[in-house]
Design a protein around this ligand. Structure first.
Ligand code: GTP
Length: 640
C-alpha cells in the first residue's frame, strides 16, 4: 500500500481579511440619498487599470483613492485594494476589485468606477471579466522596464473589446526611467501616438490628478439605456457568511432598488433585492442604482448568482443583446483531496464558497483509491492552483492534498460505443487515469499556445534554444527597439505550464517576460506513463507524455522521485512504465541497521549469518512496504 503523508503548513495568521463590511453597517443605509438619485449616465466613467506584473497598478489605485478622498494620504495604506491575505503576503493582485469614486471636475460631479486587475497571466480571466464592464483602460507601462509580454496581451484584449486606451508611463521618478524610449516602443509595437502618452509616478503622486482628468476627458460614458426594464450582468461574486451570495453587477438598462422583484436569466424563480451597495471599496449601502453603474447586489442566502449570469427585472423576457463573458479555458487540472476523509464535508463547503469568489475554477467530484473522495479542479495555471489552495487554508481553514497537475488532452475514441464511459466521439481528458487503452484511441490531440516573449537581444539565442527544446515552432519576430525584441512561438501547453517561466527568467537573468494565449487542440502522439513504487501503481503520479519524450521523462521522473522520497526502512523500487514496458528504474536503498555492531572480534561466519538474517527479513518487509511520499512531491516532481 502506498501511503501519502500530508505535511501541515503552519501559517501564523489564519484569519481572513474581511473583504466587505459586516451587515451591521446597514443601519447606515442612505435613505433617499443624493448619491444614488443624482448619477447621470453622462457623468459615469467605468475604467480599469491594466499592465504587466508589478508595473504599479495597485499603487496607482491607492493614489486615485487618495485624490478622491476615499483614504487619507499615508504609507500605511499601501495597496488598499489588495485585500486578501494571500495578496498581501505575496505582493501580487489575484482578484479584481472595484471601487466607486466621486470626483468633481470643472464644477461637475463624476462617478468613476475603477477596477484594479491582476497582472499575472494566471489571473487574466479577472481582467477579461473586468473589461466587460468598462469603456476604457489605463494601459500602464513601467518607464524603467518598458513594454513587457503581458503589456502586449492586455493591449490586444483592450483592442478586441474596443476600449479607449490611455497609455501611461509609470515610475518616471526612477533614475533609470527612460520615458522617451518606452514611447518609441509603444509607437513601434502598437502605433500609439507619443503625444497621447501620459507620464506619472504612482508612488510619488506625480501626474496622477492629470491622469484622472484624462479618464474623464478621453473615456466615454457607458452606452446604456437609462429608461426601460432593469437588466444587468454579473462580473464577480463572493460568499458572505451572513448574507449569502453577493454579486458585482454592471447595469445595462433601467434602475434597480432595494425590495425590487428580480430573477436570474438562468432561472425562472423570483427573488427580491435585499442588499444594494456601492463599493468604495468598502460597502456604502444605497437605496437604488441606475444604468451604467457597477454596484453590489445581494438577494439573500437563497438568492443565488454566478459570474456571467444576468439579473433582470421580473418582466423582462428577451435579453439577447446583453454582453456575454467569454467562457473560461482551464489550463491545468489537479485532484484535490481532504487530508483525511472525515474532513470531506469541511473541504467540500470551503471549495464551494471559494469557487464562488474565484469563478475561474471548475470543480467536479472524483475518487481515488489511495486518497478517497475528492475533486478534479481546473485552474488557469500553477500560480492559480497554488493561490487557490493557500486561500482554502487561510480563509476557510481547510487543508487539502493535491495530485500532480496535468493539462487537458483530447482524444478521438475508436468505436465510441464500446467504451461505456465515453459518450461522444471526442473526449477531453482531464485526468491521465481516464485515458483509455491505446487500441481504443483513434487520435490524440494536445493543447497548444502562442507564447510571446520579450527579451533583450543578447538572449535571443538561448531563448530560442529553450523554446525549440520545449517542442516549440518559431513564428516571425518583431523588434521592440534596438535593445529588445519580441519572439513568438507555438508551444505545447504541457511544456509551458510547469516551469517554463522560471527557466526563462533564469537564462535571461530575469530580463525576459512571457505571456501566452490559447491556440486550440492539435493532433499529437501521446501515451500514458505510470509510476510504480515497489510494484504498486501511484495513481496520482500518472501523466500523459509525448512519445518523443518517453525515455527522457521516465528517467527524469524516476531520478527526481529518488531524490524526493525520503529513505525508508525498506528498499524502494521506482519504475516508470508505459503500456507494461519499463522505461526507467531507480532504487532507493533502505536504511541499513548495523546488526553486527554487537559483535566484537571473532568468527566471520557469525557476522555473515547476522547479515543474511537481516537480508531475509528485509525481503519480507518489501512486499508489505508502507512507502511514505511527501505531499509536495506531486508538483515538484514535474519541475525540471
Ligand atoms: P501586480 O498586482 O502583482 O501585478 O502588481 P502591480 O502592478 O499592482 O504593482 P504594485 O502597485 O504592487 O507595484 C509594484 C512595485 O512597484 C511596488 O514595490 C511599488 O512600490 C513600486 N512602484 C509602483 N509605482 C511606482 C512609482 O511610480 N515609482 C517607484 N519608484 N516605484 C513604484
Amino acid at each position: 500500500m502506498v501511503r501519502i503523508i500530508n505535511k501541515t503548513i503552519v501559517l501564523k495568521n489564519l484569519f481572513p481579511l474581511n473583504r466587505r463590511l459586516h451587515p451591521s453597517i446597514f443601519s447606515l443605509r442612505y435613505k433617499s440619498s443624493e448619491k444614488d438619485q443624482g448619477v447621470e449616465v453622462k457623468r459615469i466613467r467605468n475604467f480599469s487599470i491594466v499592465a504587466h506584473v508589478d508595473h504599479g497598478k495597485s499603487t496607482l489605485a491607492d493614489r486615485l483613492l487618495e485624490i478622491t478622498g476615499v483614504i487619507k494620504p499615508g504609507a500605511e495604506h499601501a495597496q488598499v485594494l489588495d485585500q486578501l491575505q494571500v495578496e498581501r503576503e505575496r505582493g501580487i493582485t489575484v482578484k479584481a476589485v472595484a471601487a466607486s469614486l466621486d470626483y468633481t471636475y470643472k464644477n461637475e460631479k463624476y462617478l468613476l468606477n475603477l477596477i484594479d486587475t491582476p497582472g499575472h497571466v494566471d489571473f487574466s480571466n479577472e481582467v477579461v471579466r473586468s473589461v466587460s464592464a468598462c469603456q476604457g483602460v489605463i494601459l500602464l507601462v513601467d518607464a524603467n522596464e518598458g513594454v513587457q509580454a503581458q503589456t502586449v496581451a492586455v493591449h490586444s484584449l483592450a483592442k478586441k473589446n474596443n476600449l479607449v486606451m490611455i497609455p501611461t508611463l509609470n515610475k518616471v521618478d526612477l533614475p533609470r526611467a527612460d520615458p522617451q524610449k518606452v514611447k518609441t516602443q509603444l509607437q513601434s509595437l502598437f502605433k500609439i501616438d507619443p503625444e497621447t502618452v501620459m507620464s506619472i509616478s504612482a508612488k510619488k503622486g506625480w501626474g496622477v490628478k492629470e491622469l484622472l482628468e484624462a479618464v474623464i476627458e478621453r473615456i466615454p460614458p457607458p452606452s446604456v439605456k437609462s429608461e426601460g426594464h432593469f437588466t444587468a450582468h454579473i462580473i464577480d461574486t463572493w460568499h458572505d457568511k451572513y448574507r449569502g451570495v453577493m454579486c458585482l453587477a454592471y447595469i445595462h438598462s433601467g434602475k434597480v432598488q432595494v425590495g425590487q422583484a428580480v430573477r436570474w436569466r438562468s432561472d425562472t424563480k423570483q427573488h427580491q433585492v435585499k442588499y444594494l451597495a456601492m463599493l468604495r471599496p468598502s460597502e456604502l449601502p444605497v437605496e437604488s442604482a441606475v444604468a451604467g453603474q457597477v454596484v453590489m447586489v445581494g438577494c439573500g442566502p437563497k438568492g443565488g448568482g454566478s459570474v456571467g449570469d444576468q439579473l433582470l427585472s421580473v418582466d423582462v423576457q428577451n435579453t439577447s443583446e446583453l454582453a456575454a463573458i467569454p467562457p473560461v479555458k482551464h489550463m491545468v487540472y489537479a485532484g484535490i483531496f481532504p487530508a483525511d476523509q472525515s474532513q470531506h464535508p469541511l473541504l467540500s463547503d470551503a471549495i464551494k464558497k471559494l469557487a464562488l469568489n474565484d469563478s475561474a475554477v471548475s470543480v467536479k467530484a472524483e475518487s481515488s483509491p489511495a486518497l478517497g473522495q475528492g475533486w478534479r479542479v481546473g485552474f488557469l495555471g500553477l500560480l492559480h492552483l497554488d493561490v487557490f489552495t493557500q486561500r482554502l487554508l487561510q480563509e476557510y481553514k481547510a487543508e487539502a492534498i493535491l495530485t500532480a497537475p496535468s493539462v487537458p488532452y483530447k482524444i478521438k475514441v475508436k468505436g465510441a460505443k464500446i467504451i461505456k464511459h465515453y459518450k461522444g466521439d471526442e473526449v477531453i481528458i482531464t485526468n491521465p487515469l481516464m485515458l483509455p487503452e491505446p487500441h481504443h484511441i483513434e487520435e490524440y490531440y494536445e493543447p497548444l499556445v502562442i507564447g510571446t516573449i520579450i527579451t533583450p537581444v543578447e538572449y535571443i539565442g538561448s531563448v530560442t534554444t529553450l523554446c525549440i527544446d520545449r517542442r516549440g515552432t518559431p513564428l516571425p519576430s518583431n523588434a521592440v527597439d534596438d535593445r529588445m525584441t519580441m519572439l513568438q512561438f507555438i508551444l505545447p501547453l504541457s511544456e509551458v505550464v510547469i516551469d517554463f517561466h522560471d527557466t526563462l527568467k533564469s537564462i535571461t537573468s530575469g530580463f525576459a517576460s512571457f505571456d501566452y494565449q490559447d491556440h486550440g487542440f492539435h493532433e499529437s502522439s501521446l501515451a500514458r506513463m505510470d509510476i510504480l513504487i515497489n510494484g504498486v501503481l501511484v495513481d496520482e503520479l500518472s501523466s500523459i507524455v509525448h512519445t518523443s519524450r518517453l525515455e527522457y521523462t521516465a528517467r527524469r521522473l524516476t531520478e527526481k522521485l529518488k531524490e524526493m522520497i525520503p529513505r525508508q526502512m525498506v528498499q524502494v523500487a521506482i519504475q516508470a512504465v508505459v503500456g507494461g514496458k519499463v522505461f526507467a528504474r531507480e532504487t532507493l536503498k533502505a536504511y541499513r541497521k548495523d546488526v553486527t555492531a554487537k559483535l566484537y572480534g571473532g568468527d566471520v561466519t557469525r557476522r555473515k549469518k547476522l547479515l543474511k538474517q537481516q537480508a531475509e527479513g528485509k525481503k519480507k518487509m518489501r512486499s508489505v512496504a508502507n512507502i511514505k511520499i511527501p505531499r509536495n512531491t506531486f508538483i515538484d516532481v514535474l519541475k525540471r
